[in-house]
Design a protein around this ligand. Structure first.
Ligand code: XCC
Ligand code: SF4
Length: 644
């Protein structure tokens, strides 16, 4: 493949170089398989293929408007949509559950190698959930009660999720009125599977209400709990410097990549890599040490807490191996392609799976020793070091591209930066929005997909929005896209930002694009929006705040769950590629939901059109709040000031 042609598929040069190299090395990647899968099923795309029972598969056409059982297109599309939301919710929530179980084990002294790193986060969470003695009890005793409370969030059969109470009152009232409060997370997902099995729930609207309920069990349940517990166990992120893109891999070090989503293992691997004995071992193998770098959201987790560099986002997982310089890729759960071992066998790279619920054919499965995880981690690192000698010199080509970045903006960190350590508050942000220096806040989240040029839409939209004075909160692979484009370097983003946004950012010392973390950390975006509401002046519900969510290049069911809980929370969501729905289901999600929840989905496949739409939504919200007039005056003042 020519370099120029590769650059039509990916935005960064490092990835384009690796696409060229893939062809030279005769290695097949997802970009090739995208071509072989090109004629995608039209029934699947409109959500009207059903194989829920074995009288089918049934596909809806004008000539065959009903399945064998009599199911209509609306029933089938709604059932499929609910199952997608359930998949996404399960992924975030199971991740959350694993962390809660770890917290419980730590509290009971049964998890060597782990500890409560952030007692402030623990006490703050206990306070939020109304646990008595949150400020004075012994920390392990408190953590045990919190862990049990969280476990009950999964198993609650009759009551509703306690985490919902972290939302503003008015929104809770809307959920109550619509009857969409979820019971326990597990119960909600089991019910989703029940409802969608043959011959149960056939009313598309009733199914969609359960999709909303299930998504709320994600954003105001499993995902939120995952972020809270990660902070308690591993520390609440603070701004940290690092670098991103394939150039973080080094020619003369042993390179280990961690890929997936759950931070437990990568935290321990990070400790193992720093161990003097391991460093010595690497030296004796002729290497200048060990480089640990991340892919996807595991990368975001250890970037935020330890500044570990990012090798790439979702569509770079194979490309990283194609550098020929990766000794080992350790995968945990989610977004790890089953095709990785096929790429790896062309090089010396070992793929190691580590979680019993996630095995891959061709990967070596290593079970971590629960009683001594650091020992297991050190053994893994040493195994990678042993593999260093197996490199094939001629096959190594590490692109030089890497960009500096600043990440790690937890809500606590943002609050401190905005208000100062002793009067931490969102006030300066609210004021800046009210004065129209900042037009509004937009969360940009989600993946890459071979359907779109990697990072192309996401980066173009980010650039356009900061230019138009919109403050961006980013997570997941889209945040990594910005990092690779240099836009998480404060100076670069400030240069691109509009006057108002730049002035505010310079004054309070935050960059125009804030990296908030991984996929589960989308709950941090809701947390930030909640802070804005509590601070006052911008309405008492999410639907009033000038805020929008965007998933520009999404591909995962998780993104559908995220989009749905944003909409259910009253925040409009722009998607860069379409949901697989049609008919009444499409109509409800892209319009009808507005009436019930004050927001809906908008699918816009062009980034500039998306920016226009987002600004239009932000302006409508500002108009309704009555903050537009005042702001024009302020902007003039600013210009006058500058002219002086
Ligand atoms: Fe996966 Fe989280 Fe999507 Fe990236 S962004 S491709 S889900 S790693 Ni969440
Ligand atoms: Fe066909 Fe109905 Fe069975 Fe679906 S549930 S496969 S529509 S018969």
């Amino acid at each position: 493949m020519e370099f120029d042609i590769a650059l039509n598929k990916v935005s960064d040069e490092a990835s384009a170089k690796m696409l060229v190299k893939a062809e030279e090395d005769c290695v097949e990647t997802c970009f090739d398989r995208h071509e072989t899968q090109k004629t995608q099923c039209g029934f699947g795309k409109s959500g009207v293929c059903c194989k829920i029972c074995h009288m089918g598969p049934c596909r809806i056409t004008p000539k065959a408007p009903k399945g064998i059982c009599g199911a209509t297109a609306d029933t089938i599309a709604a059932r499929n949509f609910l199952r997608e939301v359930s998949g996404g919710t399960s992924a975030h929530s199971d991740h959350g559950r694993h962390l809660v179980l770890k917290l419980k084990a730590v509290a009971k002294g049964e998890a060597p190698g782990y500890a409560i790193k952030d007692e402030t986060a623990l006490r703050y969470a206990a306070k939020l959930y109304g646990i008595d003695g949150y400020d004075e009890r012994e920390k392990n005793n408190l953590a045990l009660e919190l862990a049990d409370l969280f476990l009950n969030e999964f198993s609650e059969q009759e009551g509703f999720l306690k985490t919902l109470s972290l939302a503003p009152q008015k929104r809770q009232g809307i959920w109550n009125a619509k009857g969409v409060n979820p019971n326990g997370i597990d119960r909600t997902v089991v019910e989703a599977m029940h409802r969608t099995t043959m011959g149960v729930d056939h009313d598309y609207k009733n199914l969609l209400m359960h999709a909303i309920r299930t998504a709320l069990a994600d954003g105001w349940g499993g995902a939120r709990i995952a972020s809270i517990v990660s902070d308690i166990l591993f520390g609440t992120p603070k701004p940290v410097k690092s670098t991103a893109n394939l150039g973080v891999l080094k020619k003369n070090t042993v390179n280990i990549l961690i890929h997936g989503h759950e931070p437990e293992l990568s935290e321990i691997l990070n400790v193992a890599v720093g161990d003097p004995e391991v460093k010595e071992y690497a030296k004796s193998a002729g290497a200048d040490g060990v480089t640990l770098a991340g892919i996807c959201c595991t990368a975001n987790e250890i970037l935020m807490r330890h500044g570990v560099p990012i090798a790439g986002n979702f569509l770079q997982q194979e490309l990283a191996i194609i550098t020929g310089a990766v000794e080992m890729m350790v995968i945990d759960v989610q977004c790890c392609m089953p095709g990785l071992p096929d790429v790896a066998k062309n090089y010396h790279t070992e793929i190691i799976s580590t979680t019993d619920i996630a095995k891959t054919i061709g990967a070596d499965h290593v079970k971590m020793n629960e009683h001594d995880p650091l020992k297991s981690a050190k053994e893994l690192v040493k195994r990678a070091i042993d593999n260093y000698k197996n490199r094939t010199e001629e096959k190594i080509n590490i692109p030089s591209e890497k960009e500096p970045l600043v990440a790690g903006f937890s809500v606590r960190a943002i609050k401190h930066m905005l208000g100062g350590k002793y009067r931490a508050s969102f006030r300066p942000l609210n004021d800046a929005i009210m004065q129209n220096r900042i037009l509004g806040v937009v969360g940009i989240v989600g993946c890459n997909t071979t359907k779109q040029k990697t990072d192309g839409y996401s980066n173009r939209l980010s650039e356009e929005l900061i230019k138009r004075n919109v403050l961006l909160l980013q997570t997941g692979c889209s945040a990594i896209g910005s990092a690779k484009a240099g836009m998480l370097k404060p100076e670069v983003a400030l240069e691109m930002a509009g006057d108002g946004l730049r002035e505010v950012c310079e004054t309070v010392g935050i960059p125009p694009i804030l990296h908030l973390g991984s996929c589960v950390d989308n709950s941090r975006i809701l947390e930030a929006a909640t802070e804005v509401i509590f601070e006052g002046g911008l309405g008492d519900d999410f639907s009033m705040v000038p805020a929008v969510g965007v998933a520009p290049e999404w591909m995962s069911e998780k993104a559908i769950a995220i989009g749905s809980y944003f909409v259910a929370s009253g925040i409009n969501v722009v998607l860069g590629n379409p949901l697989y729905v049609s008919g009444s289901v499409h109509e409800y999600l892209h319009n009808g939901a507005k009436e019930d929840f004050g927001a809906c989905f908008h699918c816009i496949e062009d980034p500039i059109e998306a920016a226009d739409k987002i600004v239009e939504i932000l302006m409508q919200k500002r108009e309704a709040l009555g903050i537009n007039k005042k702001s024009e005056r302020k902007l003039l003042d600013m210009k006058d000031r500058r002219a002086l």
